[in-house]
Ligand binder design. Structure first.
Ligand code: 5AD
Length: 438
């Protein structure tokens, strides 16, 4: 069998795409390998969200050139969001690239591109509508416990910082029958957790005929699953976080008590310039609605510091928002100007050292809040799905996640991936918990 080394950068959508790439290429006789040295084909599934993600890809590509000199049979390809954005320009810069293919729906064409060489049209032409989910490839999944299920692709919002609309294209939803068939298959195979994926997952269904919505899909999946598995979803846009969705999370047994709700900034002035289409007050009202319906809901978020024009007062408003919401966890990023996006051309860019200072203050505050929250959970009993058995390096006998998506380590009980146990929380830290079987 030929050997494929697949290297994935970026978000969960990219991880899910990589499983599809592996699935498509398995049908072409490729098996996965861990090392680049014995690979016949190396594919980088790339990310374009921040400059750092791109730099990593470029430096890795440089090292692969040497491998190719040693082994001229080796093929090297670039997939995903950087490939989509840069297109065939990449071949000018890296002439030894054998393949360039965009993310999502372009995956099913990889075998054809591999055979066709460089003359093929490698990406959809700019005005050509991106293919819908007509060729939803069968993924080769990494886990036997947790599965990604892509339900929509692309994004119709035009946040001024974000490159995603230019890499993953406009919003397209996958037909519900297709999604339910995939879920049925996962249930039959014994999967314990399904994460529904989309760039704005809760905008699902708007462009389908007949029109449907995300809460309807959740209800349909929950009734298939009969409450036996866990359902998660990411990422949600606050604008589409409607009362019927809150009700669905509250009432459906399989839907976990965790919502990732990117806020990006705490100041209305910055939110306006980001074109997030909600105010701080509207966002906080959604959080209140969620907590009223599901008092113990866990909340996480994404934040950007140093967006163009972000002044000291704006940043302080991000800190007070953190204190008001008290997130269980968050991802914070320094603003990174992206090609094609409006904010990259704004004249009032924030200095790098100011961004660094702000992100450090923010992360420190978050660590303190999370530690206080987690200390408040000591002694509680929570349902844990085990994801990993004994790992001597980490000094744990098992690791899993609570329904609230908190990481929990065991040190006594030997457990296996896929086990569901009741655990009592015995120790609390900012980023994880420790526990033992209740
Ligand atoms: N710079 C920094 N962070 C960004 N994100 C998206 N675009 C940028 C950018 N240009 C962050 C947002 C988003 C997360 C996936 O990445 O917080 O929610």
């Amino acid at each position: 069998m030929a050997k494929l080394k697949l290297i994935t950068f970026g978000c969960q959508a990219n991880e899910a795409d990589s499983e599809k790439i592996a699935g498509v290429l398995a049908q072409e006789g490729f098996d996965l390998t861990e090392t680049t040295e014995d690979a016949d084909l190396i594919l980088l599934n790339t990310c374009s969200i921040r400059e750092k993600a791109e730099q990593k890809v470029y430096s890795l590509l440089g090292t692969f050139q040497k491998l190719k000199t040693r082994n001229p049979q080796l093929k090297i390809g670039l997939c995903g969001c950087l490939a989509q954005r840069e297109g065939l320009r990449l071949k000018d810069r890296f002439p030894y690239l054998d393949l360039v293919a965009g993310p999502g729906a372009m995956i099913y064409r990889i075998p054809e591109l591999l055979k066709g060489g460089a003359a093929e049209p490698l990406l959809p032409r700019p005005k050509e509508p991106l293919p819908l989910y007509v060729h939803s490839p069968r993924p080769r999944r990494e886990s036997t416990v947790k599965a990604w299920v892509s339900i929509m692709e692309g994004c119709n919002y035009l946040c001024t910082f974000c490159v995603v609309p230019y890499t993953r294209g406009p919003e397209r939803s996958r037909p519900p029958e297709d999604i339910l068939a995939e879920v049925r298959d996962l249930l039959a195979k014994g999967y314990k957790e399904i994460t529904l994926l989309g760039q704005t997952v809760n905008a699902y269904g708007k462009n389908l005929k007949p029109r449907t919505c995300f809460s309807d899909l959740l209800r349909a999946i929950d009734s298939l699953a009969g409450g036996e598995i866990r359902i998660r979803f990411t990422s949600s846009h606050p604008k589409d976080f409607t009362p019927d969705l809150i009700e669905a999370i509250a009432n459906l047994k399989s839907v976990c008590e965790h919502v990732h709700l990117p806020v990006q900034a705490g100041s209305n002035r910055v939110l306006g310039r980001m074109r997030r289409i909600y105010t701080r007050e509207e966002y906080l009202a959604k959080v209140r609605g969620l907590r009223q319906a599901i008092p113990d809901i866990a909340l996480s978020t994404d934040l950007i510091v140093g967006f163009p024009g972000e002044g000291e007062e704006d940043f302080q408003e991000t800190l007070t928002l953190l204190q008001e919401v008290r997130y269980d966890s968050l991802y914070a990023f320094k603003y990174s100007p992206r090609p094609l996006t409006p904010a990259a051309t704004y004249p009032d860019q924030v200095a790098e050292d100011v961004k660094t200072e702000r992100i450090n203050i923010l992360l420190q505050l978050q660590d303190q809040i999370a530690l206080e929250e987690n200390r408040g959970r000591l002694g509680r009993i929570e349902e844990v799905l085990v994801e990993e058995g004994p790992n001597p390096k980490k000094g744990s006998s098992a690791t899993g996640r609570t329904r609230r998506n908190q990481l929990i380590h065991f040190s006594q009980e030997i457990l296996a991936a896929g086990d569901t146990v009741s655990a009592v929380i015995t120790e609390s830290y900012s980023h994880y918990l420790k526990g033992k079987i209740a």
